[in-house]
Design a protein around this ligand. Structure first.
Ligand code: ASP
Ligand code: MG
Length: 819
């Protein structure tokens, strides 16, 4: 036999009840005897409490409220299959009884827990009476069963304790004598003398479990409004999913801690009899749901769920002299116990200098008073201090064997740390299978999401990307990600979500990821005007874990914001050189901020479009190799120009060709003046560990002196052939020395320059060809033969791959291994 239970949300309206009726018909088509526990219609128990209190306050408006309740029940009932007159009649009989009772409360102006329980009983009696009628009318043979007949409790009204010996006997006797479906009132019971009691708010789950256990049911089904027990609250964690199976212990731990799928006492009777509890969704009956089962010893369990108490406070009792005061902890806890304060978490440093307890904020003032009173003397003598810390949240990670599984606590703390979330207290929770953490409330959502992706999506990590400037480079990157993302989705590894994009006109945000197949349309159609500061504050506000900011904007306008972004624990990557080639102080600040916030600032594409020059240098520095000298060609266009300038062609012609082929900037002077090249050189020098300012680099301008004062780009292009003679001469001199011209950067450990040099065939750059970039790095280790890195070093596509490499680097750093 099965026991099913439907809660308030499953019976919130006539439509919902019809859905329940059809679920029951299906069960009925297979078996003719089972028990169905119902709670009161949605909101009714709360309403009864309000009405009772109004009546007790002498407020006559309780009658209006009661009438509303009457209408609600009649309205729902008459929309169901039934004989409306007969059913309205039975509803009125019950409600008249309730009205009389409330009159008494109103006259006496007294509401005892005992009469409250009696008043509560009408909620379940009404819902079950209505449903029984309607089921009968639909051809299901069934009876109305008032649980007060079968479940015996003591007289702790409001949350009575079950007498299982008496109840089990009554239950089995009753069910032995019946052959039909029973519709059972949840939540309510009665004491030995037949007085109505209740099992505690939310107690109809418990009713189902008491029945199921007494009857050795094959299964207890709890029908609710979610797809089972979830790994986390789906309103807070985007990727929360329902669990297929959990153990009784895990389920109780999770429900005590905020994942209110099931009333905690429910677990015990079922667990004692090893009866499966299945959680199902009335709104989605085909979903698999979660089954709560006994633990199978050979199965290694792991983290199962993350839940939270959104609002907690901590009281810290501390003092250097504390270890010397006898019985401090005993006194703390008895003081709190005297005032019935519920303690959520306790931590004590091993030195004994401080003890912290977490509690509900509503009880904090009372608790502070209790402690101040208890330690009056010690506080007066300055030996003990009490401090209240507010606006905190508590998170619990729940799962069997978790504490025996090495590395879990590490993973938990690491994922929080790498997201810049400070942990205020950690403790093993109320049982062996719970790690509890207290953090600042403003980080709650981020923390839950970060933990969720670190613990549950082992094979499916999520990075949240925010991109400004989807120009040539930015859109290549998006295309690249889109292409990769498809593979990635298949094998469930890291998922890259584009949580926000902005161009110069519009911006768009989506915590589930902007659809990459048509991001352009989505962005165009957005009605949010683009604004850098707005973009950044929105990004912070979204507070997504594993966030990365990508600056692909052409200008340096965003660079001043990097520090602020890093400070918000968001990693930054950019191909833009502005931030790294400004003052050295700013350069340092960015790195310090990133380190302090545990995030990364990455810029592989600053030099050589991601050709691994920066990474080679930083790797060498990290391995304590000392860099002594760097030579490099770091401009694709200038490389192209001088590599071709080795035959009879005029330099002006080559420059024009370079421009036409898109190698150079639209105004070639932006390359020829050497400034951009110098910035790259500066970045390499700094990466090698040298404190260098932009003006420390001597830059040779390739535009001849007499042409430097031409302001207009057109005029310059028209007179470009004026350069020819000058360069023809230089080339001739070089050839006389059996050399060639090469515009290169050089740094000797002290001085740096970017200049046109004559190199001979012993130089590693002599055979440089096309538009390639090259760097020769000399160090203690690479003393005679430099480390040479050579390859294509320009273009939007290559730059995009460089940024992608940065993203993966950050992903690794965050502990989310890619691929
Ligand atoms: N109707 C009761 C309540 O709201 C019992 C239940 O819903 O389980 O607390
Ligand atoms: Mg309920």
């Amino acid at each position: 036999m099965k026991v099913l239970k439907f809660g308030g949300s499953s019976v919130g309206s006539s439509e919902r009840i019809k859905a329940v009726l059809s679920i029951l018909k299906q069960v009925y088509s297979k078996e003719k005897k089972f028990a169905v526990v119902f709670s009161a219609f949605q909101g009714v128990t709360d309403k009864l409490e309000i009405i009772a209190k109004l009546a007790a306050d002498g407020n006559k408006s309780y009658l209006e409220e009661l009438n509303e309740l009457r209408e609600k029940h009649i309205d729902i009932a008459t929309k169901l299959p039934c004989d409306p007159e007969k059913l309205t009649e039975s509803i009125n009989v019950l409600l008249n009884e309730l009205e009389n009772l409330l009159k008494g409360v109103n006259l006496l102006k007294e509401l005892t827990p005992r009469s409250m329980d009696y008043i509560y009983s009408f909620g379940e009696r009404l819902s079950c009476a209505i449903i029984t009628e309607s089921l009968k009318h639909s051809g299901i043979e069934c009876g109305f069963l008032d649980a007060r007949k079968l479940i015996r409790t003591n007289d702790k009204f409001g949350k009575a304790e079950v007498d299982f010996t008496a109840s089990n006997k009554l239950i089995t006797e009753f069910f032995n004598k019946t052959d039909i479906v029973q519709i059972v009132t949840g939540f309510i019971a009665s004491s030995e003398n037949g007085i109505s009691t209740t099992l505690g708010r939310g107690g109809s789950d418990y009713t189902a479990s008491i029945l199921g256990a007494a009857l050795n049911a094959e299964e207890i089904q709890i029908w609710t409004d979610v797809d089972g027990i979830m790994t986390a609250d789906p309103r807070k964690v985007v990727d929360a999913h329902s669990l297929k199976a959990v153990t009784y212990e895990e389920a109780s731990e999770m429900s005590y801690f905020g994942a209110k799928v099931i009333y905690p006492p429910t677990m015990k009777p079922a667990m004692d009899k090893k009866i499966k509890i299945r959680i199902k969704n009335t709104f989605n009956p085909n979903a698999r749901g979660t089954v709560i089962v006994e633990r199978e010893p050979e199965v290694k369990f792991n983290a199962k769920g993350i839940s939270s108490i959104d609002d907690v406070s901590i009281i810290r009792v501390s003092g250097n002299a504390m270890p010397g005061i006898e019985g401090v902890s005993a006194r703390i806890f008895s003081a709190l116990a005297r005032d019935r304060i519920k303690i959520l978490l306790i931590t004590q440093g091993s030195s004994g200098i401080s003890i912290s307890v977490a509690l509900f904020p509503g009880e904090a003032a009372k608790a502070m008073n209790a402690l101040r009173e208890e330690f009056k003397l010690e506080i007066y003598e300055n030996r003990i201090e009490t401090e209240l810390i507010e606006n905190l949240s508590m998170i619990a990670v729940v799962g069997e064997d978790m504490l025996d599984t090495p590395g879990i606590t590490g993973r938990v703390l690491q994922s929080l740390g790498r997201n810049g979330i400070n942990v205020i207290a950690v403790a093993q929770g109320s049982s062996q299978l719970n790690i509890s953490l207290v953090i600042s409330r403003s980080y709650l959502s981020k923390a839950l999401n970060a933990l969720h992706s670190a613990l549950f999506l082992d094979r499916r990590k999520i990075l949240n990307l925010f991109l400004i400037g989807p120009g040539l480079v930015g859109s290549s990157l998006l295309e690249y990600i889109n292409a990769r993302y498809k593979d990635v989705k298949k094998d469930y590894s890291t998922r890259l979500k584009i949580a926000g994009i902005a161009n110069s006109k519009k911006m768009v945000f989506d915590k589930n990821g902007v659809e990459l197949n048509n991001w352009k349309d989505i962005l165009d159609n957005s009605d949010t005007k683009s604004e850098v500061e707005q973009f950044i504050s929105k990004m912070k506000e979204m507070n997504l874990p594993n966030s990365i900011f990508i600056d692909c904007s052409g200008r340096g306008a965003i660079a001043p914001y990097y520090r602020d972004i890093l400070d918000a624990s968001i990693s930054v990557t950019t191909p833009n050189k502005v931030a790294n080639s400004g003052s050295y102080q700013n350069y340092l600040t960015l790195r310090e901020t990133a380190a302090r916030r545990n995030v990364r600032f990455e810029y592989s594409a600053n030099v050589g479009a991601g050709l691994p020059i920066i990474s080679a240098i930083s790797e060498m520095v990290r391995n304590s190799d000392k860099i002594t000298r760097i030579e490099a060609v770091l401009s694709g266009s200038l490389s192209y120009i001088f590599n071709r300038f080795r035959n009879e062609e005029k330099i002006s012609q080559i420059i024009l060709d370079a421009r036409k082929a898109g190698f150079s900037e639209p105004d070639p002077r932006d390359d020829l003046n050497g400034l951009d090249f110098a910035r790259k050189m500066l970045i390499l020098i700094r990466e090698a560990g040298f404190e260098f300012e932009p003006e420390d680099i001597k830059v040779e301008n390739l535009i001849p002196q007499d042409m430097q004062n031409i302001t207009n780009a057109e005029d310059f292009m028209n007179s470009i052939s004026d350069m020819d003679d000058h360069y023809k001469n230089l080339k001739k001199k070089a050839e006389e020395k059996k050399g060639r011209l090469c515009y290169m950067g050089s740094f000797d450990g002290k001085k740096a320059a970017v200049s046109l040099e004559c190199i001979d065939n012993t130089h590693p750059f002599f055979s440089l060809d096309g538009s390639g970039n090259i760097a020769a790095i000399y160090s203690d280790r690479y003393h005679d033969n430099p480390l040479v890195i050579q390859g294509d070093g320009a273009g939007a596509r290559l730059t995009a791959t460089g940024i992608f490499a940065d993203i993966l680097k950050i992903s690794n750093y965050l502990g989310l291994t890619y691929g």
